[in-house]
Design a protein around this ligand. Structure first.
Ligand SMILES: NC(=O)c1ccc[n+]([C@@H]2O[C@H](COP(=O)([O-])OP(=O)(O)OC[C@H]3O[C@@H](n4cnc5c(N)ncnc54)[C@H](O)[C@@H]3O)[C@@H](O)[C@H]2O)c1
Length: 247
């Protein structure tokens, strides 16, 4: 774990002095729960690129293939548990240190860890919506085949935001409201490549807030953040928590 002690103490100081701290998380925070990220060595599924399967075109071309991939992911996520990074953020919310959590993840692990003010801006892997009518539903176990709509019998799809799709407007406006209140933003385990989520931390920065990035690698945000802590979220967040406890 590469952590400069002075850096980590300054970050703990910034956290404990924040008026309104929020967090923006990505697939990296769930990596230690064994949920694969899209990019990097675990990003492969059979011979397909995950990013070519998470699109409306892919679903139109081959809904059975996209559902096969989602069923594989649902089975995998059903076996995963939140890790110390998820639990630390949940405990910071309970203590009033963290006001909101904006996640690009669809795995539900923040909520399972006990976080409540969570904005799942890319949706939830267990949620369903009809490709034809307004029906919405949810699965309690991994899908079998292509689920069909109980109202109109057309194909149901996962109610997640795919590449090339817009985020829900009402949800987005609540997210922007959180970003405008924040004076400290933790940016954890995101490659900061997927829009518009990649710009969320920039909004906090433009308004004079501090950015604290926790990632195993540098990202396009690293050069503008106030602190970059290099390492695994599941190690860094509990370390910060123990420093906060000693203050
Ligand atoms: N868990 C999930 O729900 C999940 C998984 C894969 C992809 N996705 C979706 O794919 C898109 C991917 O974008 P993204 O930026 O979230 O992820 P990404 O896959 O593009 O990037 C993951 C980032 O996490 C970092 N990382 C890996 N392990 C880490 C660790 N232990 N601690 C800290 N950082 C770590 C990597 O260096 C990388 O920057 C999102 O839209 C997301 O919805 C979600």
């Amino acid at each position: 774990m590469l952590m400069k002690m002075e850096n980590i103490l300054s970050v703990a100081y910034a956290i404990s002095n924040a008026d309104y701290m929020i967090a923006v998380t990505g697939a990296g925070i769930s990596k230690e729960s064994n949920v694969p990220t899209f990019r990097g060595e675990d990003g492969l599924w059979r011979n397909y690129d995950a990013m070519d399967l998470a699109t409306p075109d892919a679903f139109r071309r081959n809904p059975a293939l996209v559902w096969e991939w989602y069923t594989w992911r649902q089975r995998l996520i059903a076996e995963c548990e939140p890790n110390p990074a998820h639990f630390t953020l949940a405990s910071w919310e309970k203590r009033g240190l963290l006001k909101a959590l904006i996640t690009q993840n669809v795995d539900g692990l923040h909520i399972r860890a006990g976080s409540t003010n969570v904005y799942e801006v890319h949706g939830d892997i267990w949620a369903l919506k009809c490709t034809s009518c307004k029906y919405k539903g949810s699965l309690s176990s991994p899908a079998i085949g292509i689920p069909t709509c109980p109202l109109c019998s057309n194909n149901l799809r996962p109610d997640v935001v795919w590449f090339g799709e817009s985020l829900d407007r009402a949800a987005l406006s609540k997210v922007y409201n959180e970003l405008e209140h924040a004076d400290v933003c933790l940016v954890i385990g995101t490659s900061a490549l997927v829009q518009p989520a990649a710009t969320f931390p920039l909004i906090v920065k433009q308004r004079g807030g501090q950015l604290i990035e926790i990632n195993v690698e540098p990202t396009p945000l690293s050069s503008i953040v106030d602190f970059h802590i290099s390492g695994k979220a599941g190690k860094i967040l509990p370390t910060l928590d123990s420093i906060l406890d000693q203050q």
